[in-house]
Design a binder for this molecule. Structure first.
Ligand SMILES: [Zn+2]
Ligand SMILES: [Zn+2]
Ligand SMILES: [Zn+2]
Length: 97
């Protein structure tokens, strides 16, 4: 199994969920033509961007790079920006300091 490519558990990787009570992955609705056709035509069910993955269809990276000194990550870089040194366990700001 490829650990880098984990599908979002909410939308099952399609990036969209239906506006039904359970937030069913939109994929499922597309796979059930009869059911979806009726409900979609009546405007009962619509696809929305999955709130879990923001439409990426991917699970949040559990194994995120994090600087061992200041704790910055890809999402929260140091003020002014930084990059990874040493294969990602320390960032440039801390490394050069
Ligand atoms: Zn999702
Ligand atoms: Zn750092
Ligand atoms: Zn940093």
């Amino acid at each position: 199994m490829d650990k880098e490519k984990q599908e979002c558990g909410k939308c099952e990787g399609c990036g969209q969920i239906a506006t039904d009570d359970e937030g069913t992955p939109w994929e499922y609705w597309l796979e059930i033509p009869v059911k979806s056709a009726g409900a979609i035509l009546m405007g009962l069910v619509k696809p929305i961007t999955c709130p879990e993955c923001k439409g990426h269809g991917q699970k949040k990276q559990v194994k995120q790079k994090k600087c061992k000194v200041c704790g910055c990550t890809d999402d929260r870089a140091c003020p002014g920006g930084c990059w990874w040194v040493n294969g990602g366990d320390i960032c440039s700001r801390c490394f050069l300091r």
